[in-house]
Write a protein that binds this ligand. Sequence first.
Ligand SMILES: Cc1cc2nc3c(=O)[nH]c(=O)nc-3n(C[C@H](O)[C@H](O)[C@H](O)COP(=O)(O)OP(=O)(O)OC[C@H]3O[C@@H](n4cnc5c(N)ncnc54)[C@H](O)[C@@H]3O)c2cc1C
Length: 388
Amino acid sequence: MTHVVVLGAGYAGLGAAIQLGVRTKRRGDVRVTLVNAQERFTERLRLPMTATGQEVAELDIPELLAGTGVEFVRGWVTAVDADAKTVRVDDDRVLPYDMLVYGLGSAADTSAVPGADEHAYSLSGAQDAESLAGRLKRLESGTVVVAGSGLTGIESAAEIAERYPALEVVLMGRQEPGAAMNAKAKAYLRSALERLGVQVRAGVEVVKVLPDAVELAGGEVVAADAVLWTSGTRVSPLAAAAGLTVDERGRVVTDGTLRSVSHPEVYAVGDAAAITQGYGVMHGTCQSGMPTGVHAALSIERVLKGKRAKDFRFGYYHTPVSLGRGDAVVQFTHPDDSARRIYLTGRLAVRYKETVTAAPWPTFGRMKKMPASGAIWPRGGRFTRAGR
Ligand SMILES: Cc1cc2nc3c(=O)[nH]c(=O)nc-3n(C[C@H](O)[C@H](O)[C@H](O)COP(=O)(O)OP(=O)(O)OC[C@H]3O[C@@H](n4cnc5c(N)ncnc54)[C@H](O)[C@@H]3O)c2cc1C
């Protein structure tokens, strides 16, 4: 019996577990266990909605896994022993594995500046989003500072400004919002933020979060009744502590087939993995995370059959950004994630964004009957071809 343990039931880990369960069920000599902190699937793409008190669907992981043969373990992974090939869950349970899929995702990097961990809210998980929702509900007036002008910051600032027009929302960060978009899409995004009343302060660096303010490089202090930290991401320290080869950000370094370069029985997927393509090391997104999970399962299936696993190839294709519930902008991209000329705005973009956000769960459901349906994604053409 080969025991495959999948850590993390996010977009990547859940895809890996379902694919492995369904694809190996008939063999009878493979056991698949999925470990995750919660039974409810966290739709991270909807966390800005949760943070503003909007209802999102209750998606139950054990229910989804019914019929796949995957055993679900609810618990917090506290250690991986890569030599003994065991995983410790909640400090009181030890799971041995023959093969491991490491997909513990990422969280907002609240360690980046002093005070962020203690005084700022984040959108790393549903609980964080719910605490911010509680704070916003109690605030009748005042200022909310959203620190970090990347996509999570933009979506959150827009959602808060739309839901709570009495609050002053300040979006601040080093870069201009939508910096990676083409000029027209960026201008649209900027005017949408203005229409919603979001004050944008680009080119600033938050160096400290205080209980009721943020401090900027240069000494300026901006008063804040709530601070949301969205700048940067960090990964769990478990991989590094286990002795797996990790990059400077703690992500597991993989080979082309998504196998750890130091521990061949470990595969890494999603935000927790450092995966190199022809255009560079991939950055974490849902659009790329799901394919990595599926591919890791395909690699393991091939290895178990005594075949050579194939290299993973992926090209980005879009950056959909919600601007509250009534507006959005979708920047289409080249496989290396650079902006193309085409983009969508307004109602069409809202529909596109909602379709993309809602897609993962039904896709997981389809994979149970037709695993091959989950293995369709853009491979990146010449951008990811070997020897480019
Ligand atoms: C607010 C926000 C909006 C986003 N919007 C977009 C978007 O529009 N498009 C896009 O492509 N990407 C978006 N992203 C990025 C996307 O959500 C991530 O890239 C994606 O979630 C990565 O998938 P994953 O499976 O690697 O990790 P995750 O989805 O983070 O899943 C990791 C899972 O592991 C569990 N876990 C972690 N540590 C432990 C532990 N020690 N023990 C047990 N369980 C553990 C977590 O609870 C979670 O269930 C957004 C992210 C955020 C935060």
